[in-house]
Design a protein around this ligand. Structure first.
Ligand code: ARG
Length: 588
């Protein structure tokens, strides 16, 4: 059990003895570390409920506890907060418990659930760009965090593969290569297995086709019709679209792979195509949906809405379905195919109204029960120095691949400046630069709250100083090298004993904060809690290492205990960095 869990149970029992509730005994890390290590604030609310004096009640709790082996000090602060300081022996026992357990002290959630995390959301025929960075790393981090807590988590990329760009591309290709069999409605197959286009072709065609569809009414109309026919399953179009999809998925996967982001499901908007007609028919039949000027809509407004919410459009008058329809049907599909109690969407905050309407429709339509959580955990934007969305020098949208390459190149420069990895082979140096650059990029993102926008400042991100990915990798590498060097001298980590002074004591306290931090990050869908804590742990380690001279220590018991502390700290840091999707090099 975590230290907070253990202390809370002990305090809870004391409150119960006094006729109050166990929940009042909740213990937290102290807000004022200079005064105490932990605190319990429950006497205030308990006293209020019971009509008693809070300081007297706090006093009574302290008297009830009477555990001098565990508590060095229990005192009352202010109106009735209980300040808690453990004895060094008790503190060490908690840390040693984690060390002996072989893990990081994290308890699985009492009731694990099935969760789908919907993140990524790239579109077919388009390269990943800066807008895909936040959902990718936040979603991946959240997936790993929820999994680490024992839940059954499925990551779904939810590929954008069914929208109007598909028809635009079909028509654009027809205009360029009318000889291909895909456009001949009388062709009976088989269609070529080789794709007629590469990712580069699609990338070039996509904006051309999109602007034509806007500027040229005839082209636009043909594209709309092609999209509708594709959605109805016209064989030639499906065959061509399958090529578009495969070529795109290969290219998209490559970049996600490089980022360390992976998905269990490569489902897309198209996955649920077979559900659309029955779903719409059902909603019309049971009165959830209605016809409106040829279209099918669902009223989703509620009396308490602060702003007016328009009806959700399920189908246009030409029968075409839309992004909203697919998301509603996807919920139905997930309920049918997987045993999940939650669907969490890491998608741009600016889509919040979309999700609100989709969720309301799904609930009203009985597509999903009240026992399933639907949550849009929106992400903020990556901005440039001016505070507006990041652009390339010529005003375009930066590609994710380019951002990665820049970060890696910058990391290589920083390594050279800091004279790191200089004596290793060129190949190893390049690999270290890759990991450092990626860490800079990902940590630069994850250290910000999920919903915040942030300013992309690669120079700051790649620094080895301060709260950065490179600093964290460097810290982990340093711990690895301390353990390696000490092993070379025949010194092995031993069981962790009581601290010698403030530096190893503070490191122990820092190590004990992991479970609560990870739970908080999961609960708020906010990896920045883990990012910040990792930094604090690394900084605490650095102070410890500066003041506790491990290799010179004459007391061999203490020396072994300190090495045990280094080993546990490395274990925890590596665990945390993995949750942040950062990979640690062997050495630097
Ligand atoms: N493809 C969408 C876009 O580019 C994002 C998809 C997000 N996921 C979802 N289930 N709607 O905006």
């Amino acid at each position: 059990m975590s230290v907070l869990g253990d202390l809370s149970a002990q305090f809870g029992a004391a409150f119960v003895t006094l006729g109050l509730e166990a929940a009042d005994g909740e213990v937290a890390v102290s807000q004022r570390p200079e005064l105490a290590q932990f605190q319990c604030n429950g006497a205030l609310s308990a006293a209020k409920r019971a009509g008693r004096n809070p300081r007297e009640l706090a006093e009574a709790v302290i008297d009830t506890l009477d555990d001098t082996a565990r508590f060095a000090e229990l005192s009352i602060a202010g109106p009735g907060f209980i300040n808690i300081t453990l004895t060094d022996e008790a503190l060490a026992a908690f840390v040693e418990g984690i060390q002996a357990g072989g893990g990081v002290g994290l308890d699985p959630v009492p009731e694990p659930i099935g969760i789908i995390v919907d993140y990524g959301g790239p579109n077919v025929a388009k390269e990943l760009h800066v807008g895909h960075l936040r959902p990718a790393v936040i979603g991946e981090s959240l997936k790993r965090t929820l999994r680490a807590l024992g839940n059954e988590v499925i990551g779904d990329v939810h590929l954008g593969d069914w929208g109007s760009p598909m028809g635009q591309l079909i028509v654009e290709l027809e205009d360029r290569r009318s000889d291909l069999p895909y456009f001949d409605a009388d062709f009976t197959g088989p269609y070529p297995t080789e794709s007629p286009v590469t990712m580069a072709d699609l990338n070039e065609m996509y904006p051309v086709a999109a602007s034509k569809a806007e500027a040229d009414a005839a082209f636009g109309e043909r594209a709309r019709r092609a999209t509708a026919e594709l959605q109805k399953g016209r064989p030639g179009y499906i065959a061509l679209w399958t090529h578009f999809r495969e070529v795109s998925v290969d290219a998209i996967k490559e970049v996600y792979d490089e980022l360390g982001v992976s998905f269990d499901l490569w489902h897309g908007e198209s996955t649920i195509a077979h559900r659309l007609d029955p779903l719409i028919d059902r909603l019309l039949a049971n009165g959830v949906a209605r016809h409106s000027r040829g279209a099918v809509v669902v009223d989703v407004a509620l009396p308490d809405d602060k702003t007016e919410i328009n009806p959700l459009l399920m189908a246009k008058s030409d029968g075409a379905t839309l992004y909203t329809t697919w998301d509603v049907a996807t919920i139905e599909d997930r309920v049918a195919e997987f045993d999940v109690a939650a669907m969490i969407y890491i998608v741009d905050e600016r889509q919040s109204l979309h999700f609100e309407k989709v969720f309301r429709t799904a609930r009203r339509a009985g597509v999903v029960g009240d026992d399933v959580l639907l949550e849009h955990a929106g992400n903020g934007t990556v901005n440039g120095p001016g505070g507006t969305p990041l652009k390339t020098r010529d005003g375009g949208t930066p590609l994710l691949r380019g951002l990665i390459d820049d970060a890696v190149a910058r990391a290589a420069e920083r390594l050279a400046e800091n004279d790191l990895a200089s004596e290793y082979s060129e190949e190893e140096r390049a690999e270290i630069a890759r990991l450092v650059g990626l860490a800079a990029l990902k940590y630069g993102d994850l250290q910000n709250h999920r919903a915040s926008d942030y300013i992309f400042d690669l120079d700051r991100f790649v620094s080895f100083e301060g709260r950065t990915g490179p600093y964290l990798l460097y810290s982990a590498v340093r711990m690895q090298s301390i353990l390696r060097k000490s092993a070379e001298q025949g010194l092995e980590p031993g069981s962790i004993g009581p601290p010698a002074g403030e530096y190893d004591r503070n490191l122990m306290l820092a190590l004990l904060r992991l479970p609560e931090t990870v739970s908080r990050a999961a609960e708020h869908r906010a990896p920045n809690h883990i990012a910040l804590y990792s930094y604090e742990l690394a900084a605490e380690f650095s102070r410890f290492y500066e003041h506790c001279h491990i290799l010179d220590e004459a007391d061999t018991g203490r020396q072994a205990s300190w090495l045990g502390l280094v080993e546990l700290c490395l274990r925890e840091l590596r665990f945390l960095l993995d949750l942040l999707v950062l990979e640690v090099p062997e050495r630097m």
